[in-house]
Write a protein of this length. Sequence first.
Length: 128
Amino acid sequence: MTAVAPPRAAVTLPPLAGHTRISTQALSSTAAAAAAEFFGVAPQLIRVAWADDRGLLALSISLPIPVQPLQKVARRPDLAGPGETVLERARAAKPVLRSRVTELTGSIVSRVDIRITGVRVQEGARVR
């Protein structure tokens, strides 16, 4: 007959002392990746800056925004889509980026400022 060991009581460990810090570079890379995902721009084209906002983090993002070629939109106005002006896209990005960066880093982002530095024309595949 095999003896069965009695179940162990759950062991509660005391919390470990120390600090966990995320570097500014890691925060910036994460914010650039989130903005790149939202806008469809390469992360290398995005500049990120941080500021103190009464103890919270204020995020400032500068980037070129992708747009459809004007000739393409003139031929097919439906490509521009409703509500897709540059300003509206930037406004729509703010709460998404705030939430995403907070979720990914655990740091509370209080504000997101977006500066559009230019446009990048999205050239699609040519129709033959």
